[in-house]
Design a protein. Structure first.
Length: 327
């Protein structure tokens, strides 16, 4: 099956509309405050097999971060070059910002410089294709932004970074600093149950400035797939514990019913009607966009490929969004 591709904004890269996020590859993890920020159930061998299968099938945009397992995700990716995957075939993204490294605030200049070098080492590469500011908490009056950005631009000039990205769970927060950063790519949170892509002004900005976009959590950590029949509880260190939807019987039931309805309506058009619908709903109005999905084993990679070709017309899109309103 041929994957649909798109132009990733002003990076000029032609990539698949589905990309591979490696947050889960860091395993169970907590931050300095003790919050769950990782994923349970990770297996290195399965993750490597998923990456190899992704490369084979054309999912060649891989997204990581220094904070994913405190570098574990990056190291796993970096171990693959020459082991069934060529570095030059992969558009590689990583991030800095959530790991404080003992400093009193995010984005301390000494830490940013350290983490650029550490990410290059763990990823086993001379150049990172896309390097994100991982979130938009830049302190009072955004005072930590300019020093961090200056270091990233120095690394870009030195050839260590090709493109600069800006990420946050809030499109509004991205918009607050986007003119100062002038990113090549943005990474906002978006799915059918949480969507401020248009209302925040981010969609219009990306269109005017030819900015690429990588939507993260299009499946809301997997919850929107409607695969659960009862409330879920995960081990400590699993970020899914932070979403109350996983423990809400009403939400679980409604999403399962939605999945049933989607299979009934679109099952004849797609082998992955639920996954395909959730992807299509994110990408319908984002011509320079891709979705980042965690693909932890080869079966998930193959499902993503099968789902990627599905599209919705305007009436179908409005109907799908109405299904998930208020969840």
């Amino acid at each position: 099956m041929t994957l649909p591709t798109f132009r990733f904004g002003r990076t000029g890269r032609s990539l698949a509309r589905v990309s591979l996020g490696t947050w889960a590859f860091g395993g169970e993890n907590t931050n300095e405050r003790g919050d769950s920020v990782g994923w349970s159930g990770h297996d290195d061998a399965q993750a490597k097999a998923a990456l190899r299968r992704a490369a084979e099938l054309g999912i060649t945009h891989w997204d990581s971060a220094d904070a994913y397992g405190n570098g574990r995700s990056e190291s796993l990716i970096g171990s693959l070059w020459g082991d069934g995957v060529r570095r030059e075939d992969i558009f590689l993204a990583t991030k800095v910002g959530w790991y404080k490294g003992g400093f009193h605030h995010f984005y301390h200049p000494d830490l940013v410089a350290q983490q650029i070098t550490a990410s290059l080492t763990r990823l086993n590469t001379d150049t990172i294709d896309l390097y994100y500011l991982h979130h938009c908490d830049f302190g009072p009056d955004d005072r930590w932004l300019e020093p961090a950005l200056s270091l990233i631009k120095q690394a870009q000039t030195a050839g260590k970074i090709r493109y600069i990205g800006l990420s946050d769970w809030s499109s509004e927060r991205i918009m607050r600093v986007i003119d100062r950063v002038q990113p090549d790519v943005v990474q906002p949170y978006r799915n059918v149950a949480h969507d401020t892509w248009e209302s925040s002004g981010l969609a219009g900005y990306c269109a005017r400035h030819d900015v690429g976009v990588a939507f993260y959590s299009p499946l809301r950590l997997g919850l929107l797939l409607g695969k659960y029949t009862e409330p879920q509880h995960f081990p400590a260190g699993d970020v899914r514990n932070n979403d109350p939807g996983f423990s809400n019987p009403h939400v679980i039931h409604r999403l399962a019913e939605n999945a049933k309805v989607l299979r009934e309506r679109f099952g004849a058009r797609s082998p992955e009607p639920v996954l395909g619908t959730l992807i299509a709903a994110c990408l319908a109005d984002a011509p320079t966009g891709t979705v980042l999905m965690g693909q932890r084993h080869p079966g998930q990679v193959e499902a993503a490929v099968r789902a990627a070709t599905f599209t919705l017309d305007d009436d179908e899109l409005a109907w799908v969004r109405s299904l998930y309103a208020g969840i």
